[in-house]
Structures are given as structure tokens and as C-alpha cells.
Design a protein around this ligand. Structure first.
Ligand SMILES: [Zn+2]
Length: 290
């Protein structure tokens, strides 16, 4: 009897360990078999009108990212970083910190290539762009987050999805993920800014306050969405520092892309013979944010 109990002890431990592993895995984890690059940019975030913002920072990390991470921590905000391989390679400690502090590290290609005709003609070049950055992200993120891709300049071709979904590693990505807010600088009839894009603000030599006003006005109109910014200029960090407390006070919630429920439909097919959802035809009932 005693020896029987001893013999079964390792099995019991194994079951317990397995149970703990399952409990520890966040429910938002992307199953590798069930994520998909889409033929077109995923434009419907489902966050508009929900008073929920998903901040996304592209093109970094840079020497200003550490300060940005400080600002996010001070405001208890988690964000998503669409990193470039060329920069991630030199900022390994920043990627480790992002993962440690609960941010999602996402893929924005290796060197910000415009993924146009040249890449449609050369599947191996396309794969290199995504795989090179994926390797750097995976080291830090592991299975603790979902995997998301955003195309540089939003340039994407239908054939790219076929190539990347056939790759056993890269098919874990959902994307390309577009944005709702921060795509362009725009003015009303009186010449007042009604929307800002940070890179454009800085090329116009605006202050962080001037640029932030455009972001705040677009956010006020849309009442939520995926927000595009770039963590490669100090002025963006100063702008974020200014606007976060205001948005918090106005009752906005902040989420990472892992918490954007509309993206779930691109992770899990609804049935074996049912094709995965197409970004061009989102159904409104699954687009509500948590
Ligand atoms: Zn970019």
C-alpha cells in the first residue's frame, strides 16, 4: 500500500503541475494554430464609443522608450509596442522591461520596409522581415501574450497573408492591425486642429501641448479606439505624460491588444470547415471591447 502511494506520487505531482500551468496561462494567449494574418488591414477595433483606448507605439524602441515606460507605469497604463527588429536588436533590456511590466510587444517588420510589390514577388524577403523581428520578440514575450503585426505605412498585399500563414512559426500572428486615432493631422473649417499624428506634429514643429490637443479632440469624438503614436521622439513622451492623467480623469480605460476582444475572431476559427474571419467583413456583435 505504502509503495503504491509512493509510486503514484509522481503522477499526482505531474497532474498538479499541469493544472498549475493551465491556470497560469492567461486566457488571451494565442494558440499557435489559430492565429492568422489577414488579407487586408484589420480596421475595425470595436473600441470606438467604448471609452476604451489601446495605446500603440510604433517604430521603437529608442532612447526615449525608458522614459515612456516610466510615464505609463506612473499612470498604471499598459500599452502595445510595435517594434522594429533593427531597433529591438539594440534595446534588449527595454524589451525585457516591456514584458516584465505587462506591455505587449508586437511586430512592425525588421527595418520598416514598405511591403509592396517587391515583397509579393519574393516570399523569402517577406518572411525575413517578420521572422527577424519575431525572434527578438519571442525571447522576451514567450507565450505570455498574443502576437500582433502592423504593416509599415499600412502597406499590405493579400498574397502576404497566404505566404505567412503557411509558415509554421509566423502564422501565430494576428494582423495587420490598423488604428482608429492618430493617423493624420486634420483641421476644422476655422483652422482649429481636430486630429493629430505625432510624427506630423513634430515635422510641423508643434509643441507637445498643441499636438496633444489634436489627439484629445479625436479621442473625444470617437470615445475610444486604437491610438497610433511613435516612441522615437522625446516630444511624444512629453505629450503622453500630459494627456494620460486627463484621459484617466475623464474615465477612459486603457488596454493592450490582448484585451481587444474584436481581435479574438482572428485567433480562433468558429468551426473546422469555417474559414477564419475576414478583416473586410467584421460582424458587429463580436466587436465590443471588454
Ligand atoms: Zn511605422
Amino acid at each position: 500500500m505504502r509503495s503504491k502511494i509512493l509510486a503514484s506520487a509522481p503522477a499526482a505531482v505531474a497532474v498538479l503541475v499541469l493544472a498549475m500551468v493551465f491556470l497560469a496561462v492567461p486566457t488571451t494567449r494565442v494558440e499557435n494554430a489559430n492565429a492568422y494574418f489577414q488579407p487586408t488591414n484589420i480596421r475595425a477595433s470595436g473600441l470606438i464609443g467604448t471609452k476604451t483606448l489601446a495605446l500603440t507605439f510604433d517604430d521603437g524602441p529608442s532612447t526615449f522608450t525608458a522614459e515612456l515606460l516610466d510615464v505609463l507605469a506612473e499612470n498604471n497604463v499598459k500599452a502595445t509596442f510595435f517594434v522594429l527588429g533593427t531597433r529591438a536588436r539594440n534595446h534588449s533590456a527595454l524589451l525585457a522591461r516591456m514584458a516584465r511590466e505587462g506591455h505587449v510587444i508586437a511586430n512592425h517588420s525588421y527595418n520598416h520596409a514598405q511591403l509592396g510589390r517587391r515583397y509579393a514577388a519574393s516570399p523569402e524577403l517577406l518572411t525575413e522581415q517578420i521572422a527577424g523581428t519575431d525572434a527578438l520578440i519571442t525571447v522576451h514575450a514567450g507565450n505570455n501574450q498574443g502576437y500582433y503585426f502592423r504593416a509599415p505605412y499600412g502597406v499590405w498585399r493579400r498574397v502576404h497573408a497566404d505566404v505567412l500563414n503557411a509558415d509554421p512559426v509566423l502564422k501565430k500572428y494576428v494582423g495587420p492591425v490598423y488604428w482608429d486615432i492618430g493617423g493624420e493631422t486634420a483641421f476644422d473649417d476655422e483652422g482649429q486642429v481636430r486630429a493629430s499624428a505625432d510624427w506630423d506634429c513634430w515635422s510641423r514643429d508643434w509643441t507637445p501641448d498643441e499636438c496633444g490637443l489634436g489627439y484629445m479632440r479625436e479621442i473625444a469624438r470617437k470615445r475610444g479606439g486604437i491610438v497610433l503614436m511613435h516612441d522615437i521622439r522625446e516630444r511624444t513622451v512629453r505629450m503622453v505624460r500630459n494627456v494620460l492623467p486627463v484621459l484617466r480623469a475623464e474615465g477612459y480605460k486603457f488596454v493592450t491588444l490582448d484585451e481587444v476582444r474584436s481581435l479574438d475572431q482572428f485567433k480562433t476559427p468558429s468551426g473546422e470547415d469555417v474559414p477564419v474571419a475576414d478583416a473586410g467583413t467584421p460582424s458587429s456583435n463580436v466587436l465590443m471591447a471588454r
